[in-house]
Write a protein that binds this ligand. Structure first.
Ligand SMILES: Nc1nc2c(ncn2[C@@H]2O[C@H](COP(=O)(O)OP(=O)(O)OP(=O)(O)O)[C@@H](O)[C@H]2O)c(=O)[nH]1
Ligand SMILES: [Mg+2]
Length: 299
């Protein structure tokens, strides 16, 4: 649906950085809707996720990406290719790091992507966790990396977002409205539902288990029938019997908690009562299985 009206500006902005720096939190905050799941576990985001912000005179299409890391399996390779795919034809890059946890790896990433031709802002997130004297030397060190802007902000507290938006508004060129006003993401509903379940699993589990979680939606029934609850059947993949025991928990309390939390989110999304049926499956090494990856949408 391209319609060109004079003076309208539009562009694509990719958000890049190490895992857990707050990329998805930032995109959600900029769009004003929760589109991408967020958790304290590294490698939460596995897809390139589009978030569309439409205003009367401009449209910015944000691309949230998986955290940049060295892949250890086929899923990791898929995630890295999702990062690469976000870089094609972007107008601007937000290169993001965590002010409270800046590492050599962040600088490596900044240097690597600073060479790309798009406009670049180095975004220093989580400034709510550090005080001024701690921030100054970091900003000083970052100024040695060539970029068009350096923006300290807090995605979680919504601090510094206006400055970032003002900057991006000036960077994006005159262009068409690429997507209709009511479109906020390219993720199908089924994927969002699966992601909501995965988010609750990530938030409730720890150590290595979260990395091996995958969610397959088997069926969504009765959707749109106001008299009934939507019934959703989903498989939760994990990689070992010991993980399955933890994922289910004593008297199934863990699985119930994950299901309860996810149900709340899904009910808000669908605007209908939800009956969520979760089944736990052990799939050793599914992150290297082309068939399992395909089933879960990672291809
Ligand atoms: N204190 C604080 N925490 C933040 C801020 N932004 C994000 N977080 C937290 O940092 C954690 C990671 O946030 P995400 O948005 O999932 O990070 P991400 O960069 O998308 O992570 P991956 O998808 O794994 O690459 C979550 O617990 C967030 O709540 C911030 O500005 N301040
Ligand atoms: Mg993320």
């Amino acid at each position: 649906m391209e319609q060109s009206n004079k003076g309208f500006r539009s562009g694509f902005v990719a958000i890049l950085g190490r895992p857990n720096v707050g990329k998805s939190t930032l995109m959600n905050a900029l769009i004003g809707e929760k589109i991408a799941i967020v958790s304290p576990r590294a490698q939460t985001t596995r897809f390139r996720i589009m978030g569309v912000l439409t205003q009367p005179q401009m449209q910015i299409v944000f691309l949230d990406t998986p955290g940049i890391h060295t892949p250890r399996n086929k899923l990791g390779e898929f995630m890295l290719s999702a990062v690469q795919s976000a870089l094609e034809d972007v107008d601007a890059l937000l290169l993001m790091l965590d002010a409270s946890d800046a590492r050599e790896k962040d600088f490596e990433i900044l240097r690597q992507y600073a060479a790309l031709p798009a406009k670049k802002a180095i975004v220093v997130n989580k400034i709510d966790l550090v005080d001024g004297p701690q921030l100054a030397p970091l900003l000083q060190k970052l100024s040695e990396i060539k970029a068009d802007a350096y923006i300290p902000l807090s995605a979680r507290k919504g601090k510094g977002l206006d400055e970032l938006m003002k900057l991006l508004g000036g960077w994006i060129p005159e262009g068409p409205k690429y997507f209709p006003d009511d479109m906020i993401t390219d993720q199908p509903e089924r994927v969002i539902v699966a992601e909501m379940v995965r988010e609750k699993a990530l938030r409730n589990l720890r150590e290595e288990i979260p990395h091996g979680i995958g969610v397959e939606i088997l069926a969504i029934e009765n959707q749109g029938d106001e008299r009934r609850a939507v019934t959703i059947h989903a498989n939760l993949y994990c990689e070992r019997e010991s993980h399955k025991r933890i994922l289910i928990g004593k008297q199934a309390d863990m699985l119930k908690r994950i299901g309860e939390q996810a149900r709340g989110d899904i009910e808000r999304l669908l605007g209908q009562k939800v009956n969520l049926q979760l089944w736990v499956k052990v799939r050793p090494d599914w992150r290297n299985s082309p068939l399992d990856l395909k089933t879960l949408g990672y291809e």
